[in-house]
Design a binder for this molecule. Structure first.
Ligand SMILES: Nc1ncnc2c1ncn2[C@@H]1O[C@H](COP(=O)(O)OP(=O)(O)OP(=O)(O)O)[C@@H](O)[C@H]1O
Length: 643
């Protein structure tokens, strides 16, 4: 029985203490049995047997009692064990349930967090869209990281969040505390070149939709302007700056669209240093000094000539921004070479983006704060909504006629007899209109007074080999044309008749142009490859950066694929204007081209949306500068440009 009990106990996984108690009892039982046997041997047999029986019986009874008690305890223990097990299982289930709920809750929180981020991003896009519609200059702020070897003390930047950068201001700069500055976007020290470019890529791409785009970098020396615009000294694919990426992207798109659209891309690199403009791509081994010219055909351009310093770039840019933000009738663009070149971007119909750069070091905080304040002011300048170039064909033609008439009047006033042929003949007009229709490269229209139909990005850098390219004319390049030309003392500027100019349109537009890409399907990769190993090798004989948007019957894909959300309304204005171009074509061409069904369909769609198009804000024309010249100041802040 003892054995059975033990085995039972074992089978039920009874605690060790219970098993040992049972074994002790069995041990005692066998000891007592042997004692009884010994006593029986000493007494008479019958008595002994009697006593033995009684004792055994009694002991047996006792043992049974003990066993019963123990079994009872075992049962109780079993029950406790089962209850505990059940309790444990319950707890486990509860914990699992709690974990599940916690996970769900966390998921919900994570989702809410991403939702919040999405909403913030959406808000930013909408804010940018509103700003674009108002024509505000977009301002992106970028903070350079601490450089190796620099004392990595306390950063001047307290906090960065989407479009807000908060600066720690100590008491020596006024009221101590945190000062927030708001921009369209703020990139922290860890932002990569790719991140920076991807944010502005839609803007760059809108060049191919016919917009002028100007991108320039501003900030104190060593704050990272060159890094953003070009890249570091050791260029790798990852470290390529905005200029390379923008060009590579334009080549890529032009290649992708080659079946429907032909783009002509050329590059111009200039340096403005001490108010002198130099052609960085001059092939004769010397950097030529250039003069900035403005005519209504091509807007600002730079024929060969020397320049007289006018005023500090820093002051001049500040003055222009100030005038623009106060909406004064006269904006002193001509006070510096930079502002002259940027005239169409700062006051024209271009989309303009300024990168403001700051260093993280606390000891440059004074400069940082004034840079950020200036940049905030720039961000508040409303230029009016950007306008696509190609919607201006009729206006362009009328302006062309007005300019020709003005020219004729001026000549008449000078005693020259003017032939009425300075007014374009029907044939010329038709040929111009045809040029708008051409499905390949749009020829440059040379006649004065005409607004350009080309988009010309610029690249400029004022610090070291800072470069920028020329921007095209917009409809606002007006008042300077005649006066400029008449006042010109540049020997290189052709004293040609309008007819001559028309016949040599390419030369009229820019002497420093050289086609670097045309119909080359591999040009994007070639360009990219050539840039990385050669580093800054744009000097290799390629000149003049000019991107032209060509056909007016561009396919939907050709115009649509590149636009960001914020470009949507800009695109709408492109679309609305297309039917007008078609009309011009039809009226101008005696044998009108058969309109592609795709284009016709587009026209229908487009005709539905004109009411959505914001009216471009109007500005008074600029007059020839009459501002007093300002002394040059050796400003610390500098600019790097790329349009
Ligand atoms: N975002 C960045 N990440 C890493 N290094 C950077 C970054 N920005 C700038 N640098 C480094 O900081 C140094 C100064 O930058 P950079 O030459 O671009 O300044 P800058 O504003 O063009 O100066 P300057 O006006 O004197 O020409 C360079 O060594 C550059 O590689």
């Amino acid at each position: 029985m003892a054995a059975t009990t033990t085995s039972e106990m074992n089978n039920n996984d009874l605690p060790f203490s219970v098993v040992s108690i049972v074994e002790d009892v069995l041990q005692q039982h066998s000891t007592r049995s042997s004692d009884v046997d010994e006593e029986a041997e000493e007494n008479s047999p019958s008595q002994v047997v009697e006593e033995k029986f009684q004792r055994t019986h009694f002991e047996h009874y006792e043992e049974q009692e003990i066993l019963r008690n123990q079994q009872k305890h075992i049962q109780e223990l079993k029950q406790t064990l089962n209850t505990t097990k059940a309790g444990m299982q319950l707890l486990q289930m509860k914990y699992q349930e709690d974990f599940f709920h916690l996970g769900k809750h966390l998921n919900g929180l994570a989702y809410a967090a991403t939702g919040y981020k999405r909403v913030l991003e959406e808000n930013r896009k909408l804010y940018n869209l509103v700003q674009d519609l108002k024509g505000n200059i977009r301002v992106y702020c970028r903070v350079r990281p601490f450089l190796p070897g620099e004392p990595t003390g306390l950063s001047a930047v307290e906090h960065i969040e989407e479009g807000t950068i908060t600066i720690r201001v100590p008491s020596k700069y006024g009221k101590a505390g945190n000062k927030p500055f708001m921009f369209n976007k703020v990139f922290g020290p860890s932002a990569t070149q790719e991140e920076v470019f991807s944010d502005m890529q839609p803007l760059v791409r809108s060049v191919l939709d016919g917009y002028n785009v100007c991108i320039f970098a501003y900030g104190q020396t060593g704050s990272g302007k060159t890094f953003t615009m070009t890249g570091p000294k050791e260029l790798t694919e990852e470290s390529l700056g905005v200029n390379y990426r923008a060009l590579a992207d334009l080549f890529l798109l032009s290649n992708q669209r080659k079946d429907t659209t032909s783009y002509e891309i050329s590059v111009q690199m200039l340096e403005i240093y001490n108010e002198q403009v130099r052609d960085l791509l001059a092939t004769d081994g010397q950097t030529k000094r250039l003069e900035i010219r403005n005519n209504s055909q091509n807007g600002i351009n730079v024929p060969e000539a020397s320049l007289v310093p006018v005023s500090s770039t820093d002051d001049a840019l500040g003055d222009v921004i100030s005038s623009l933000s106060q909406k004064t009738s006269h904006v002193p663009y001509r006070n510096s070479k930079l502002t002259q070149l940027l005239q169409d971007s700062l006051g024209g119909s271009a989309k303009t983006l300024m990168f403001v750069h700051i260093s993280p070091e606390a000891d440059t905080l004074g400069e940082t704060i004034s840079t950020l304040k200036f940049a905030e002011r720039v961000g508040s300048v409303e230029l009016g909504a950007a306008r696509v170039n190609k919607d201006n064909s009729e206006v362009k033609e009328l302006k062309e006629q007005i300019a020709n008439l003005k020219m004729a009047l001026v000549r008449k006033g000078n005693g020259n007899d003017v032939q009425p042929n300075s007014i374009p003949t029907n044939r010329e007009r038709i040929s111009r209109r045809r040029s708008l229709e051409t499905p390949t490269i749009r020829p440059k229209l040379p006649t004065m007074g005409n607004t350009s139909s080309n988009s010309k990005p610029q690249i400029m850098d004022l610090s070291g080999p800072e470069a920028f390219s020329d921007s095209t004319a917009s409809s606002r390049r007006h008042s300077l044309d005649i006066h400029e030309l008449m006042k010109s003392s540049s020997p290189a500027w052709p004293r040609q008749s309008l007819e001559d100019r028309e016949s040599k349109s390419g030369e009229w537009i820019d002497k420093h142009e050289e086609l670097i890409q045309d119909h080359n399907p591999n040009s994007a990769e070639q360009f990219y490859q050539s840039m990385v190993p050669q580093q800054h090798s744009l000097n290799g004989g390629k000149q003049d950066f000019e991107v032209q948007s060509i056909t007016d019957n561009e396919s939907d894909e050709a115009t649509a694929s590149d636009c960001s959300d914020s470009d949507l309304l800009w695109r709408l204005s492109v679309q609305v204007n297309v039917p007008r171009v078609s009309n011009v074509q039809n009226s101008a061409n005696p044998k009108p081209k058969k309109i592609q069904p795709r284009t016709a369909k587009l026209s229908e769609t487009r005709s539905l949306i004109p009411s959505l198009i914001p009216a471009p804000s109007k500005r008074l024309p600029n007059t020839v500068n009459s501002q007093p010249q300002r002394p040059t100041r050796d400003g610390k802040r500098r600019l790097s440009l790329g349009t």
